[in-house]
Write a protein of this length. Structure first.
Length: 402
């Protein structure tokens, strides 16, 4: 998602959104009652983001692009997909096999990667898409209908990770940030776990309770790994689901690489004492805010990725951290400047060339500049059985920051 500025005024809901939000709210209220009046924040996220037919990612609303709630890099520009394709081509040359994309959204990344791989004469045997949303799958199929038959024939949809390990590339663009996460507050004693309860009027309210032994141990282990203590009142989040998720990716990959592209930081920067309110962010119609209890089921709710936790989970899964850098460094190493130059040369004599070049330059700025997506987004390669270094990490190596 492109970075946003916090706002205090959100657009009014349409009648269909009001009805849908009411259904989600009732489901949350029922879950709070079932759990004795308090629902852990990660369980709240499992409902409002993933409940079948109700959750934000599983219901049928438009989420991506100008008409949705946020814009991801593949929707922003085809330049992004071309650069990702070059990295995929190198991995496929080394490992062979297939490409598997997790959560393909509108299909923008798949379409641009397949087209670029065709130009590079490096098409995979299959391009698999693991998509949990039936609505998004239908939109992907509609988008791919315009692709040449040679590309469409390689597309396959999966309902789960492959049972037999695959060789090739696993792509996860803005997936890790959407995993349900826990919220905690540091105290002088046992940390508090963030959750959701009901007010006397039945409205959703934030509520904390002493963390259970498992979460308390997680927070203690986290704090012990930092260069300075977290002060009382420090509030943040952690994602226990990262470990089993990375383990599952490792079990699905026999040889090749998983490319994770997401906004996040190494642990020491993520849990810096000055970042005392965490990184939770909500997106609704291109407005960003930090109230996760507003519009349940109708807004995106994410947190930044602790890439140190990802790296630790990768080691546990017998994967290697083959590279870690900013998105800007990754795109530059994979030829985005050459793409811009080639576009300028081909458009030089065409009508509207100046407008086209201005558009591409604007897209590249958002992808590359530090104040846009260039530094807040990171790329991590988790590899198995690859001896050669990957081209996307030739310009920068941030692994020491993990």
């Amino acid at each position: 998602m492109t970075p946003d500025t916090a706002v205090t005024i959100l657009p009014p809901l349409r009648p269909d959104e009001v009805r849908h939000g009411a259904a989600v709210l009732q489901t949350v209220r029922d879950a709070i009652g079932t759990h004795g009046g308090w629902l852990a924040f990660d369980d709240y996220l499992r409902i409002v983001l993933y409940a079948p037919g109700l959750g934000y990612y599983s219901a049928g609303s438009v989420k991506f692009g100008r008409g949705g709630d946020f814009v991801t890099a593949p929707e922003l520009s085809g330049l992004f997909g071309r650069c990702v394709a070059r990295q995929c081509a190198e991995i496929l040359q080394l490992a062979g096999g297939d490409v598997l994309e997790l959560g393909a959204g509108t299909g923008a990344l798949a379409a641009s990667v397949l087209a670029a791989l065709y130009e590079l004469e490096a098409l995979p045997r299959h391009y698999y898409i693991l998509e949990v949303s039936a609505d998004l799958r239908a939109r992907q199929e509609q988008r791919f209908a315009s692709l040449p038959q040679a590309l469409r024939a390689r597309l396959r949809w999966l309902d789960a990770l492959p049972a037999a390990p695959m060789a090739g590339v696993i792509l996860a663009n803005e997936v890790a940030d959407a995993l349900p996460f826990k919220r905690f507050t540091v105290t002088s004693d046992t940390p508090l776990e963030g959750g959701v309860a009901l007010s006397a009027e039945g409205a959703l309210i934030e509520a904390e309770r002493p963390a259970d032994a498992l979460l308390a141990a997680e927070v203690a282990q986290l704090a012990a790994s930092l260069p300075e203590p977290l002060p009382p009142g420090y509030r943040s989040e952690l994602c226990p689901m990262l470990q089993p998720w990375i383990a599952a990716l490792g079990a699905a990959l026999s040889r090749g690489a998983a490319l994770l592209i997401d906004y996040g930081l190494g642990r020491r920067e993520y849990y810096h004492p000055q970042r005392g309110q965490g990184t939770l962010r909500c997106h609704f119609r291109h407005r960003a805010h930090d109230n996760a209890l507003l519009n349940p089921g109708l807004q995106d709710i994410t947190a930044w990725v602790d890439f140190t936790r990802v790296a630790e989970a990768a080691v546990d899964a017998q994967l290697e951290v083959g590279g870690f850098c900013t998105q800007a460094a990754f795109l530059l190493a994979n030829g985005i400047e050459s793409d811009l130059a080639a576009s300028a040369a081909s458009a030089a004599s065409a009508a509207g060339a100046a407008t086209e070049q201005a558009r591409l330059a604007s897209e590249a700025r958002v992808l590359l500049l530090p104040g846009e997506m260039g530094e807040s987004f990171k790329v991590m390669a988790l590899t198995r059985g690859l001896a050669a270094p990957l081209r996307g990490f030739a310009y920068q190596d941030l692994r020491r920051s993990l």
